[in-house]
Design a protein around this ligand. Structure first.
Ligand SMILES: *[C@@H]1O[C@H](CO)[C@@H](O)[C@H](O)[C@H]1NC(C)=O
Ligand SMILES: *[C@@H]1O[C@H](CO)[C@@H](O)[C@H](O)[C@H]1NC(C)=O
Length: 509
């Protein structure tokens, strides 16, 4: 609860303070990217025979924004071949869902491939380059292959087995099974056998009188004598259409239509409660589907089917309970905030991550490490001084950077009251991601808590003059502890506040 309120406040404050355009979601209604939530995931992704890639994002995250054009391009390329979806993890209702997936930073990309059992997909992280091409290649690589490979010596057996069920055979000069054929086979999984035969298989080629490659042939009753050659475009939608019409077999509806009646009755109460919610979601889907229309008649039809007979029950089913992911550390948006929280004449120890406008893996690592450490210490009720992100648009960023001689990205501890600061240790001249991984940072934070290691004196002019009040000098040994306690209160009050915003400016790993 506190989080949510603090989030809202922060976002508003940041909007006012920073030149960032925050919007509801990253993907517009016209985007080829399927917009997903915890409710639709099971039906659209987990139950699908298709492979999907899902982006977990937050609208304020810069790396997410950077990814958007490439991701939409990948979605267009993959239309009809795989699903490209995105979840707005900033939306409160999606937070448990994102937490369930262990999402800790944005964007997180996961490839979700159908598993052996329906509804139990295999999920893996996508850690490749965030370009359309790399994403497309990685996803295509994971498209299930139900296309049979038939050779001269297996042809007879192939034709004889399930000899009266429809078959589609692609004659090709390629060794690999194309994504297109794999997608066609997924559409007709378990209803029409899809096979491919190489041009090298002379007997088969001759038997069917094939003269060019590729040639797609359909045997509606499974018999070799009844082959019909497909003359249309080698695109998924017309192929599926042709196969469906010539064999009288409809492609599998994806998502699957509603559950059986009795299952419905059981959940009726729940369902009606959720219905309204669902309907608006399904409307959304319908719109999305409409926008997908151009690329594949198939997908489009299937999606339409699904939205025509939505099943609210499916929607109510997903389990929602998981720990919240670590909220990002708060962000100091204005100079006043910096003075108040971290750089005042009376502020105790605090950790500042200076974040330049340029997206950077070091910054991302530092922020996520600090967020994790802060989150854990909160969970364990442990006292810790506060961590903040200081983004470049805040004038204090340049001031601190130049006065302390820092690079664009740095992590420092600072104590205004005692007038010292220290930078996180690094292996080489400038900070590397390894210098700010969770372990290193945690050790460093611990050493500060224990008062270990050297400190540097803060230069003149960085800390504003103390207003004419008497300052109590505290003995050094106790200072640290007192300081931490004092500051702790602020941690709770402000921590989440900047969370979002913060990532916005740099969380672009
Ligand atoms: C088709 O298969 C069945 C058994 O699965 C067999 O009895 C029948 O003779 C086969 N027909 C042809 C034409 O091969
Ligand atoms: C997945 O494939 C099965 C056949 O194995 C089919 O019955 C089902 O309808 C398909 N599901 C979807 C969502 O396409």
């Amino acid at each position: 609860m506190v989080h949510t309120n603090a989030f809202a406040v922060t976002v508003a404050a940041l909007l006012a303070a920073l030149p960032v355009h925050v919007q509801a979601g990253l993907y517009s209604k016209n985007s080829p990217v399927l917009q997903l939530d915890g409710k639709s995931y099971d039906r659209l992704i987990a139950q699908s025979n298709y492979t999907s890639i899902v982006e977990f994002y937050a609208p304020w995250c810069g790396h997410c924004k950077n990814l958007q054009p490439a991701y939409e391009k990948a979605a267009r390329t993959l239309e009809g071949l795989a699903k490209v979806a995105a979840v707005d993890c900033d939306d409160d209702s999606n937070k448990p869902f994102c937490g369930q997936f262990g999402v800790q930073g944005f964007p997180t990309l996961k490839i979700i491939k159908p598993g052996k059992k329906p509804g139990k997909p295999v999920i893996e992280d996508y850690n490749g380059q965030r370009t359309a091409k790399d994403i497309v290649d990685a996803v295509i690589d994971k498209i299930p292959n139900h296309v049979r490979r038939v050779e001269d010596k297996t042809l007879e057996t192939f034709l004889a087995e399930s000899n009266d069920s429809a078959k589609a055979i692609l004659f090709t000069d390629k060794g690999k099974t194309s994504a297109l054929m794999r997608a066609v086979a997924i559409d007709f999984k378990d209803s029409l056998t899809v096979a491919q035969i190489r041009d090298k298989e002379k007997a088969s080629v001759e038997l069917f009188g094939i003269t060019k490659f590729p040639t797609l042939l359909v045997l509606p009753g499974g018999k070799e004598a009844e082959g019909i050659i497909y003359e249309g475009e080698l695109k998924k939608a017309p192929i599926v259409d042709f196969l469906s019409k010539s064999t009288n077999i409809a492609p599998n509806p994806d998502p699957a239509p509603g559950k059986p009646k009795n299952a419905k009755a059981k959940d009726e109460k729940k369902a009606s409660k959720k219905k309204e919610e669902f309907e608006s979601a399904s409307e959304k889907h319908a719109k999305e589907d409409g926008k997908n229309a151009g690329a594949t008649a198939t997908e489009e039809e299937l999606e339409e089917d699904a939205t025509a007979s939505p099943d609210p029950i499916v929607e109510t089913e997903k389990p929602i309970r998981l720990p919240d992911p670590a909220p990002p550390i708060p962000l100091l948006a204005t100079e006043e905030e910096v003075v108040k929280e971290c750089l005042g004449p009376r502020t105790g120890t605090c950790i500042l991550a200076l974040l330049s406008n340029t997206p950077d893996i070091v910054a991302g690592t530092a922020v996520s490490s600090l967020s994790e450490i802060a989150h854990r210490s909160r969970l364990h009720g442990r006292r810790l001084f506060p961590f903040y992100a200081l983004p470049q648009p805040n004038p204090a960023y340049e001031n601190i950077k130049s006065k302390l001689g820092l690079k664009d990205i740095d992590v420092i501890a600072i104590n205004g009251r005692r007038g010292w600061w220290k930078a996180v240790p690094r292996e080489s001249d400038s900070l590397a991601a390894e210098d700010v991984n969770e372990e290193k940072l945690e050790n460093w934070v611990d050493s500060i808590r224990l008062g270990e290691g050297g400190k540097q004196k803060l230069p003149e002019g960085l800390i504003p003059e103390e207003p004419a009040e008497e300052e109590v000098e505290e003995p050094a040994a106790e200072e640290e502890a007192n300081t931490d306690e004092q500051v702790e209160v602020e941690v709770n009050a402000d921590d989440d506040e900047a969370v979002k915003e913060e990532d916005k400016s740099h969380d672009e790993l």
